[in-house]
Design a protein around this ligand. Structure first.
Ligand SMILES: Nc1ncnc2c1ncn2[C@@H]1O[C@H](COP(=O)(O)OP(=O)(O)O)[C@@H](O)[C@H]1O
Ligand SMILES: N[C@@H](CCC(=O)OP(=O)(O)O)C(=O)O
Length: 376
């Protein structure tokens, strides 16, 4: 056990590309507003990392929290419009603060605001990857957040922990560090004297019996520990080790010291884009498959053709994510659909050659191409 921990901690110290996520609760003061010295402490740690030639992508929350005081809002608003207004004010302040703090280390920062579409639609996905790659090549530090001011309810990532895991997968990071206001994952509420710190999570079995809370004590974060554990599972499922710890322990954590909770990487490494498709999207519709189509898509990894679809739900346009469901109504796969919802009813149950003859060669295309499909 110790040896394996040692080896994974070696992976921490040798990681060339590191994604670091910091939560709102670690960046703001008790009275609201950005805590300048906390930003500087984090940036000092990350600045040292970049000076060693390592690449850092920072996923930073805090836009909404930073916008509260300037707008005279006493607490985090519940409605989307006020959250978006606060994020609009706060994101500028946040990035400005990071820019001047990183300048002390001679580093330039680049703001990258992402929505779900940016990482699921093929063209956007490549674009997001290219931008991040180029910023790193230019030795700048990309600072990522959700594009809160335009994200609507149904396309919000909702939490930056998951966004950080998906960004780690997108940039093929060697390590993900999740920084919060708690030093590690505990077996229960960390303020409960019976709770103990969990040093390592090797697989899901190590999570059995743990009470993972949704609400953080600060009141400015969003997901509590639940979203952090989910994010850790996403990243480790992609083969990326994860260290979860407190922001003020970032330096020892990155130095490979046994602080926080270490989540071991799992072996599975799906292709990055499909990984995003499964984890970052909400389906806009459902395609009901007959048993033959389920066997072809799930069993033989074939593309989905109109002949195997029995019904269609939802209103989607070509390029949207949809779920493929079996006769019992269970989602078996998710994919990017090649047709608008209104076009599909006229095509169902018909062979592609028949459709091509009747409607033209454009109708020979698959409903979902196998390259755009991920099994659930
Ligand atoms: N099992 C647990 N182990 C550690 N922390 C937990 C646990 N359950 C709930 N929490 C709470 O989760 C909080 C962190 O979540 P959150 O406030 O959303 O942070 P952030 O703003 O950093 O994303 C901690 O302050 C802690 O109170
Ligand atoms: N995008 C939002 C952060 C949402 C979020 O996940 O917050 P947190 O739980 O503090 O990481 C913001 O910048 O305020």
């Amino acid at each position: 056990m110790t040896t394996q921990n040692g080896r994974v901690r070696d992976a921490v110290t040798t990681a060339r590309r590191v994604v670091v996520k910091i939560g709102s609760s670690s960046l703001t003061t008790a009275t609201g507003g950005l805590a300048d010295e906390r930003v500087d402490t984090l940036v000092d740690t990350l600045g040292r990392l970049t000076a060693e030639g390592r690449e850092v992508v920072l996923v930073s929350s805090g836009a909404i929290a930073a916008g509260l005081a300037p707008l005279g809002l006493p607490r985090r608003p519940r409605d989307l419009a006020t959250q978006q207004a606060a994020a609009s004010v706060g994101q500028g302040l946040l990035i400005g603060r990071y820019a001047s703090s990183f300048a002390r280390h001679g580093r330039t920062v680049g703001q990258v605001l992402l929505t779900v579409d940016d990482v699921t639609r093929r063209v956007h996905y490549r674009n997001a990857y290219r931008t991040l790659r180029k910023l790193l090549d230019l030795r700048a530090v990309p600072i990522v957040n959700e594009n809160d001011t335009v994200a609507t309810q149904e396309i919000r990532f909702g939490d930056n922990d998951r966004l950080a895991a998906l960004v780690a997968a997108l940039v093929h990071a060697d390590l993900l560090v999740l920084l919060s206001d708690v030093d590690a994952l505990w077996t229960g509420d960390p303020t409960n004297p019976h709770s103990t710190r969990i040093a390592e999570v090797r697989d899901d079995a190590d999570l059995a019996g743990i009470t993972i809370g949704r609400a953080g004590r600060s009141g400015v974060g969003t997901g509590g520990m639940v979203t952090k554990v989910e994010a850790a599972r996403i990243a480790t499922g992609f083969g990326i080790p994860v260290v979860l710890t407190a922001a003020d322990l970032a330096a020892p954590a990155l130095a490979g010291e046994p602080v926080g909770t270490l989540f071991h990487p799992q072996r599975r490494r799906p292709t990055a884009r499909l990984f995003w498709l499964a984890h970052a999207t909400s389906p806009r519709g459902r395609l009901h498959l007959d048993p033959g189509a389920v066997a072809a898509v799930v069993g033989r990894r074939k593309s989905l053709l109109p002949a195997g679809i029995t019904a269609v739900d939802g209103s989607f346009t070509a390029g949207d994510p949809v779920d493929l469901v079996d006769t019992a109504g269970a989602s078996v796969a998710r994919g990017l659909v090649n047709y608008d919802a209104v076009e599909l009813p006229g095509l169902l149950g018909r062979s592609t050659s028949e459709l091509a003859a009747a409607l033209g060669p454009a109708y020979e295309r698959e409903v979902v191409h196998r390259d755009d499909l991920v099994l659930l």
